[in-house]
Design a protein around this ligand. Sequence first.
Ligand code: GDP
Ligand code: MN
Length: 401
Amino acid sequence: MNLHEYQGKELLSRAGVRVQRGYVASTPEEAVEAAKKLAEETGTRYFVIKAQVHAGGRGKAGGVKLAKNLDEVYEKAKEILGMRLVTPQTGKEGKKVHQVLVAEDVYYPGPSEPEEYYMSVMLNREKASDMIMYSPEGGMNIEEVAERSPDKIFVEHIDPAHGLQDFQARRIAFNLGLKGQAFKEMVKFVKNLYKAYKDNDAKLVEINPVLKTSDDKILAVDSKVVIDDNALFRHPDIAAMRDIREENPIEVEAKEAGLNYVALDGNVGCMVNGAGLAMATMDLIKQSGGEPANFLDVGGTADAERVEKGFRIILKDPKVKAILVNIFGGIVRADRVAQGIVDAYNNMKGEINVPIIVRLQGTNADKAKELIEKSGIPVHFVTEFKEAADKVKEVLEAREG
Ligand code: GDP
Ligand code: MN
């Protein structure tokens, strides 16, 4: 589950990580109240207004603006709230901004220049351990840094038996070129950042930029935190932070129906049982010249109700030009699935306006074929993978022609 910047900062703060402080607001009036409160608590005179959407790259897209007084806080909040922010991470339709974070301006002048670093904590699957990735080239797109100057990206692997060691935290501070007070602050920052990652069962904690202020404080200016969905049951307070306005509405509906659905960009909807077969089916669709419109694993019980729900969810996506059902009758018998398809089709008469290709294999596949053919529903029944691919291709070409 993705969190907003302000929610991520809340979790970081609880773990002792110093963050750029702020309050969230949904209206320009609330933004002004937030700024007043912030000024009282931190003594800040300047503010930064930041769009809260589940996407990075907000700064360049006009979603992060400085405000020098309360009138400007009102104006900038008004500009950002309600806008559709388009960044490289939102897709071209963009994301609507419902909330802004009113934060203290932390780039104030002082004895030294503020400096920006990059730091993230995530699991390295190859090494089967957590890692801290960091770079002195912060503030900008880290993929660009990786491409242009890979020597500027450092990694610290964390032994799961020993946890993050002090010398590792010190090595990070050293490689970032820090000295004195800033060095000590960075060591503390790294330790608490890793603690925040562990304590909250995060899959990713990414801070870009980490800031060294002009008076040598180290703090998180931004936060991207992703929590492991499978661990949410033990963090009810984090589960309550979910903002479904940020999620794909079809995915939300599928989740509620207990279906494993991921929306994709293509034109061929697919309904499959088992994640492995789903992946193979998506490859099959690509080979036939189509593009998968989704990943949908209906699981072990492909009965009429689930098949119908699956069809309905797939058809909500207007890009879908054909549906491929590819189900293996292992635990579930193919003839039962066939019956499910027939019943679902009859229940949805008139609502299905795209061709359906059904491939059923496994236990009672011949009965399944007979059942579908007898029912008279207009689906293309196939038994082989290759046949399925050819049929998808034929159907797509016919629709284009
Ligand atoms: P992102 O663009 O979505 O990654 O959003 P960030 O939270 O990283 O903010 C984008 C940029 O805004 C940062 O890289 C900073 O350069 C700038 N920024 C953020 N907070 C402040 C601030 O308090 N003062 C100033 N002057 N700039 C800020
Ligand atoms: Mn950022």
